[in-house]
Each structure stands twice: as structure tokens, then as C-alpha cells.
Ligand binder design. Structure first.
Ligand SMILES: C[S@@+](CC[C@H](N)C(=O)[O-])C[C@H]1O[C@@H](n2cnc3c(N)ncnc32)[C@H](O)[C@@H]1O
Length: 388
């Protein structure tokens, strides 16, 4: 995680721009004022930096919820603030100012790119948790007419695969930094030819975090076109048995099971298991249904209202049918207004985001929740809490 340790933090007067980065405001945690957030815009990316006192030093780092990729945006923003405020740096893990690589970035799409208007192509394949990207890159090279969408939550893997896409000059891959379980909910129905889930984390101790689950399978079947396939590959006997059972629990299912199949490419994980002479299992589930189109035109706007009672919501959790809203932290903006850090939506796939209340406007930050039914229910609940 990009960060610097500094002797003293100096609060500048906002807004200002420095080294091509716009700094719009600073906000302090209403309970712990030594924890602050700085709102930053670098090119078209909006995100927050976190400032935190730790013993006799301060940390200036990326905020986890709004963290952006590629991380040169974060590094440049931290460097720019430190240079403008002339901070005394005790430790840094940032390299020198990094330049924008237009080609490298183009494959990485923000979630809103997909939420607003899903890309169109004759054939679309989706890979969930592409890790080192060996399989994704192989498929993209072998199938140039297919649009390959890679979903991953591990930033370092995304950076690494972006570099490879640039080196190989591939123009048929789009990457997205998002939880695949949430992403699938807004893929249009009957669109995708293949969904790959290769070597998912088995989560033996926390099964609710597994990618394969009833909701994930039904979303996949909905997103798959007729005869499209959901393809699981795993080395874990436990996960294989769990997935088989989960597929069998569907009302109707058509799947093929194979053991130790050669699929023409060996990923980093697979080569590790092969060396250990572990068995590899494949389950390929076929879709035969034509699904109804999804509703994704939910309204996530927030009206502006008095902020008199907002601080009372700090740390509160509100539960409702199939979901919750947790007001994790509230920050007061120095020049007036609030940033409220929330988790909301369903218990196993919550959204983490902020609401920004400033200049007589209230909106989600950095973007509205993804357009799913559960998130919309949570949004309606949030409106009730904010406006009565
Ligand atoms: C064990 S690795 C396998 C990587 C790759 N498929 C391979 O075969 O080498 C699992 C990958 O899934 C990613 N992952 C886990 N849960 C995810 C989720 N909900 N959405 C997207 N990616 C996820 C992890 O970050 C990790 O890179």
C-alpha cells in the first residue's frame, strides 16, 4: 500500500492544485480528529488519501475504500501533497513521480463503465479472479475476436496483467477491479459465452466468502447465452465436492465433470499443484434458459437535506430484510459538510463507499452503489434514515 511516514502533518488551505493533482477538501473523523481524509482528483479519478497519527508520527496513505488503480495516481497525489506542504518525510515506499502510461491504462475500466452501458461484442467471455493472468492472456491471444473481461480484486495482479496487455499489445481485454459476485449482477442477460472460475480461493473456514454460491450460479446462468458455460477448475477436493453439490441443488442442471484435463495452458497455481501431483477437477455447467432482461435503471440519487442529525448515525448498524447499512465513520469537512463512510447492501457482498454532503448537495462518493436490487433496497432505507 503506497504510503509515507511523516514527522508532522501540515493542513493546507483547500482547494488547491499542485503537480497536476487537484486537492478539493480535507475532513476529520468526528470521534478521532487525528484521522483525516483528503479528497483528490488525478486525471479523471476521484479518491481519498488518509492521514493518521500513529504514536509520535503521522502516516499519509491511500484510503482503502476509494483506492484506485493504477496506483501511480495515489503515489503522485501523496508526493504532490508532501511537496506542497513541505512535509518532513521519515519513510517512504513511493518511487519517484510516476508517469501516466496511456496505453497501459486503457484496458482497466472503472466499474461505472460497465454499469452505465455494458460493452457490446459478438462474443464475450468473463474470467473471475484471473490472478497472474496466464489463462486470460492465453485466451485473448488464441481468440482475438472475443472480448475478454477479467475481474480481479487483487491490485498487484491487476497492475501485472495491465503491463502484459501493453507488452503483448492486446486490444480485446478489459479489466475491472471489483468483486466478481457483485459484478455479475449487472451483466445483461443472455450475453456471455463462457465464464471461467479457475482455482478460486477455497475459503474452507469462511465458506460464505466463496465465489461459487447459489446467487452466483443463478446470476451466471442469467448472464450466459443459450449453451453458454460456467467453467470451474479447482485443485481442492473440498471445493469440488461443494460445487458439485451446489450445482446439483439447482432445479435443473446440465454439467460435465472431468478430472486432470489438459486445457492447453497452465496457470501459476496449476503448475504449483501439478508439481505436488494433486488432482485437478473441472465442472462445466451449461445454460439452457433464455432469461428476462435485468432491471438496472435504479435511481440512486440523494436529495439534499439538513445535516443537523447526521452525527447521531455514527457507528450505527441498521438491519432489514436481506440487508443492512452500517455507518462506519463520519468525517466533518473543514469548510462545512460531511463525508460518511458506509457499508451497505447484502451481508455477504456489502458495498463499501462514502456519501459526500457538501455545498448543499448529497451524493455517493466516489460513485453510486452498483445497480443491484439489494443495493437499491439499501439505498431506499438510507434515504429513510437521512430524510425521515
Ligand atoms: C487462487 S487465485 C487463482 C488465480 C488464477 N485464476 C489462476 O488460476 O492462477 C484466486 C484469485 O481470485 C481472486 N478473487 C478472490 N475472490 C474474488 C472475487 N470475489 N472477485 C474477483 N476476484 C476474486 C483473488 O484475488 C485471486 O487472485
Amino acid at each position: 500500500m503506497p504510503h509515507i511516514q511523516i514527522k508532522d502533518f501540515k493542513e493546507l488551505s483547500f482547494p488547491f492544485s499542485h503537480e497536476g493533482i487537484d486537492f478539493s477538501f480535507i475532513a476529520s473523523n468526528i470521534k478521532y480528529p487525528n484521522e483525516k481524509l483528503i479528497c483528490v482528483q488525478s486525471e479523471e479519478k476521484n479518491f481519498l488519501l488518509q492521514v493518521k497519527r500513529v504514536e509520535d508520527k503521522w502516516l499519509l496513505k491511500s484510503d482503502k475504500v476509494t483506492r484506485v488503480s493504477p496506483n501511480y495516481h495515489i503515489k503522485n497525489a501523496i508526493n504532490a501533497y508532501a511537496s506542497k506542504a513541505e512535509l518532513e518525510i521519515l519513510f517512504t515506499n513511493l518511487a519517484q513521480k510516476q508517469m501516466h502510461h496511456a496505453h497501459k491504462e486503457s484496458a482497466l475500466k472503472p466499474i461505472n463503465f460497465f454499469a452505465k452501458s455494458f460493452p457490446k461484442a459478438e462474443e464475450i467471455w468473463v474470467e473471475v479472479g484471473f490472478g497472474s493472468g496466464v489463462h486470460l492472456l492465453h485466451q485473448a491471444q488464441e481468440n482475438p475476436d472475443v472480448l475478454h473481461i477479467g475481474i480481479e480484486i487483487h491490485k498487484a495482479s491487476i497492475e501485472q496483467v495491465l503491463k502484459q496487455i501493453s507488452i503483448l499489445e492486446l486490444d480485446n481485454i478489459m479489466l475491472v477491479d471489483f468483486d466478481a459476485r457483485l459484478f455479475l449482477e449487472f451483466v445483461p442477460s443472455n450475453l456471455v459465452g463462457r465464464i471461467f472460475v479457475h482455482f478460486p480461493v477455497p475459503w474452507d473456514k469462511k465458506p460464505h466468502r466463496r465465489v461459487i454460491s447459489h446467487p452466483f450460479i443463478s446470476e451466471s446462468l442469467r448472464a450466459l447465452k443459450e449453451k453458454g458455460t460456467l467453467e470451474l477448475r479447482t485443485d481442492s477436493e473440498n471445493y469440488f465436492a461443494y460445487a458439485l453439490q451446489t450445482f446439483l441443488e439447482l432445479n435443473q442442471s446440465d454439467f460435465q465433470v472431468r478430472k486432470n484435463q489438459n486445457i492447453g495452458i497452465i496457470s501459476k497455481y496449476e503448475s504449483r499443484w501439478r508439481k505436488m501431483e494433486k488432482n485437478i477437477y473441472d465442472i462445466s455447467l451449461s445454460n439452457h434458459e433464455i432469461s428476462e432482461p435485468i432491471k438496472n435503471d435504479y435511481d440512486f440519487s440523494l436529495a439534499h437535506n439538513s445535516t443537523e442529525n447526521i452525527e447521531q448515525l455514527n457507528t450505527q448498524t441498521i438491519r432489514f430484510e436481506n440487508g443492512f447499512i452500517h455507518f462506519e465513520r463520519i468525517y466533518g469537512i473543514t469548510d462545512g459538510g460531511y463525508l460518511v463512510r458506509l457499508s451497505m447492501g447484502s451481508f455477504d457482498k456489502p458495498e463499501h463507499l462514502f456519501i459526500l454532503i457538501k455545498d448543499e448537495k448529497t451524493s455517493y462518493f466516489p460513485h453510486p452503489p452498483i445497480a443491484s436490487k439489494t443495493n437499491h433496497n439499501a439505498h431506499l432505507k438510507l434515504k429513510e434514515l437521512l430524510y425521515g
